[in-house]
Design a protein around this ligand. Structure first.
Ligand code: 9MR
Length: 350
């Protein structure tokens, strides 16, 4: 009788453990999902980028589709110009549709990424040597087609991406070179017409802390607002280096929200110089906590998105030789200390 009771107890304990810590989600550490913690802190979502080829990886998908973890998804590549309009007037929405359907199935909202960007731009746009009015028409046609295709299905669009150099000057691109800075207003007005309910964002890297690039964004938002152009948000990509994250992220977010726009952290990752050590993972945990706490401490910072959630699919090692391990889950889909850093950040502890 005692033995039977004891084994029943063991069984119940086992079942309880299995419920609290689903397999594949990694141990040890916080039990709450990242989106649950973000929402409890008053944020709209915690999200992840993803890419179409990874949607066949079942263990990966079981984590990505868990809306205790992620209530927002960003397609990392499949809504970009080179993919969506590879030839003028020829559109391919297949990859984006697949990710939007995935998100919808899981009760997750979608950030659209991105309408007008100098990179991953279809080659025909630069090769065409278009004059100003033709290129304006091309920007209008592209933005209208893309935003209206997913009308009503996108929480926010990165309407323009990476438009400034680090010193705050305009980055050369067919758009800024041929149309000039007014391509930004054109893109925002066009996107707003195509989906009046979508939040429209300017998105960039190295605008996480104060500095000339962030000042350029402030000045641009002021002039767009003065012209009554529909800009609603600033996306801080937040591709960061562990051990040297900016110390003034909160002040920077505040200078944006004071302009009457919301802020989101849109592409967070914090890379480490390899090989990884337990000390480096602890530093990375502190860095994640600090970035998330900065967003958490400003009401107008509405959510945080990691640029994919596992080191298995991070873009970092292919671009920064000798660096990596930038995300909260490792290559084997096991949670790292960074996961607990994110939880701490939403709990107001950095
Ligand atoms: O994650 C994207 C990666 O798969 C692509 O190869 C890369 C090409 O530039 O773009 C990555 O995403 C970028 C995002 O669109 C804009 N900010 C920087 C991101 C990392 O490069």
């Amino acid at each position: 009788m005692f033995a039977a009771y004891f084994s029943l107890l063991a069984l119940v304990q086992l079942a309880a453990t299995a419920v609290v810590v689903p397999s594949g989600h990694g141990l040890p550490g916080s039990r709450e999902g990242l989106s649950q913690v973000a929402k409890a802190a008053g944020k709209l979502y915690f999200g992840s980028a993803t890419d179409n080829p990874t949607l066949t990886d079942e263990p990966y998908i079981s984590i990505l589709s868990d809306n205790h973890q992620f209530t927002q998804i960003t397609p990392a590549n499949s809504m970009k110009w080179e993919t969506v309009e590879p030839q003028r007037g020829v559109f391919n929405f297949t990859g984006g549709d697949q990710i939007v359907a995935f998100a919808k199935k899981n009760g997750q909202i979608v950030r659209g990424h991105t309408c007008v960007w100098h990179s991953q731009l279809a080659p025909w746009v630069a090769a065409g040597n278009f004059d100003n009015s033709t290129l304006q028409q091309i920007v209008k046609d592209h933005t209208t087609a893309v935003v209206s295709h997913w009308k009503g299905q996108i929480y926010a669009w990165d309407v323009v991406n990476e438009i400034f150099n680090d010193d705050g000057t305009w980055r050369p691109s067919p758009f800024s070179d041929i149309i000039g800075p007014s391509f930004v207003e054109l893109a925002f007005r066009t996107a707003h017409k195509a989906d009046p309910n979508a939040k429209l964002y300017l998105n960039d890297y190295n605008i996480d802390g104060l500095g000339p690039k962030s000042t350029a964004v402030v000045n641009l938002v002021k002039s767009l607002k003065a012209a009554k152009a529909p800009i609603h948000g600033i996306g801080l990509q937040a591709h960061m280096i562990s051990g040297s994250i900016p110390t003034d992220i909160k002040q920077n977010i505040e200078q944006f929200t004071k302009l009457g726009v919301e802020v989101a952290i849109t592409e967070l990752d914090i890379r480490i110089t390899l090989p990884v050590t337990p000390e480096k993972l602890e530093q990375q945990k502190k860095d994640y906590a600090a970035v998330v706490a900065a967003c958490n401490s400003v009401k107008g910072c509405i959510g945080v998105t990691v640029w994919d959630f596992t080191d298995k699919y991070s873009w970092i090692p292919s671009v920064f030789a000798g660096e990596g391990d930038a995300l909260p889950w490792d290559k084997d889909l096991v949670r790292k200390p960074a996961y607990d850093g994110i939880v701490q950040g939403f709990n107001g502890r950095s």
